[in-house]
Ligand binder design. Structure first.
Ligand SMILES: Nc1nc(=O)c2c([nH]1)NC[C@@H]1CN(c3ccc(C(=O)N[C@@H](CCC(=O)O)C(=O)O)cc3)CN21
Ligand SMILES: CC(C)C(=O)C(=O)O
Ligand SMILES: [Mg+2]
Length: 274
């Protein structure tokens, strides 16, 4: 860690909320950083720390709800958490996940769900899927909904994949992901997020699409990086993907503080005598 805990980076003046600013950053070769967050205090801290964008990810099913996958997260839950995060980080790009079951039935279902997320404060909605989602992405894009297309390891496909498995490992699979990314961008996607794919493939897709790319476990060749908040802070109870980096022993700090408080109560050191 370079900085003491609690030190606040001065607010960044550069525009990081408008999608146009992300296009500009790609053009200028300026890399950007996103993180997930699910509530007001962490969103506020992320903005103060100078993060460019915040994702209200359906990973909250795992990090916040303690589930083993993301499948049971509801649209209402993402709407609720998006409101909290948007209030905490008004200067960051706010991206919200369309959860499993809220968009796959067709473009009309996707639009109704996406509209709820924009009303809750999202600047961009993210949906998982490749070629199968091209029509939906076109429909949303023509109707005022900025879309980020999520390809590669799409956790909502965990049953189909048979686990959280890295994608794009064969030449065929890599070629298909390139075609998917190009088709999604041509259909109107304003961003493409790639998860758990080989580094050269992440770089190749970044060159092939005009829109900004975001990578997680996709190597250093993407226009932006994203990680899950609880992994960064050392708060994830359970499996942390190998590509994540933990910058803080959050679990140790929190356990220590709560333990200290409980100890003082038992020792009658808290509350103080009045
Ligand atoms: N805490 C947390 N961090 C994340 O980054 C994250 C979540 N949760 N939940 C939703 C998805 C799932 N993620 C993952 C999970 C595993 C791999 C991975 O690389 N898996 C190994 C082993 C898979 C296996 O068990 O066979 C691989 O080599 O494929 C990648 C992304 C990323 N996302
Ligand atoms: C891991 C990121 C990309 C995500 O989709 C989430 O947090 O739900
Ligand atoms: Mg997600």
């Amino acid at each position: 860690m370079d900085k003491p805990v609690g030190q606040v980076t001065p607010a960044r003046k550069t525009d990081r909320k408008s999608i146009a600013s992300w296009d500009r950053a790609k053009r200028d070769g300026e890399i950007r950083a996103l993180i997930t967050a699910y509530d007001y205090p962490f969103a506020r801290l992320a903005q103060e720390a100078g993060i460019d964008g915040i994702l209200i990810g359906d990973s909250l099913g795992m990090t916040v709800q303690g589930e083993r996958d993301t499948l049971r997260v509801s649209l209402d839950q993402i709407v609720y958490h998006t409101g909290l995060v948007a209030r905490g980080a008004p200067d960051c790009l706010i991206m919200a996940d369309l959860p499993f079951g809220s968009f796959e039935a067709g473009p009309a279902q996707a639009f109704a769900s996406a509209a709820e997320l924009l009303k809750a404060g999202a600047d961009v909605i993210k949906l998982e899927g490749g070629a199968a989602m091209v029509e939906t992405v076109g429909f949303l894009s023509a109707r005022a909904v900025p879309v980020c297309a999520h390809i590669g390891l799409t956790p909502q496909h965990v049953r189909q994949f048979g686990g959280f498995k890295r994608q794009g490992k064969t030449e065929d699979a890599a070629a298909r992901l390139i075609l998917d990314a190009v088709a999604l961008a041509e259909a109107g996607a304003r961003m493409v997020l790639m998860e758990a794919i080989p580094t050269p493939l992440g770089a190749e897709i970044t060159r092939r699409v005009a829109v900004p790319t975001i990578g997680i476990g996709a190597g250093g060749g993407t226009d932006a990086q994203i990680l899950v908040l609880h992994d960064v802070l050392g708060l994830t109870g359970g499996y942390v993907p190998g590509f994540a980096r933990t910058y803080l022993d959050g679990a140790g700090l929190v356990r220590g503080a709560i333990g200290h408080y409980a100890e003082e109560v038992r020792a009658r050191a808290f509350p103080p005598e009045s």
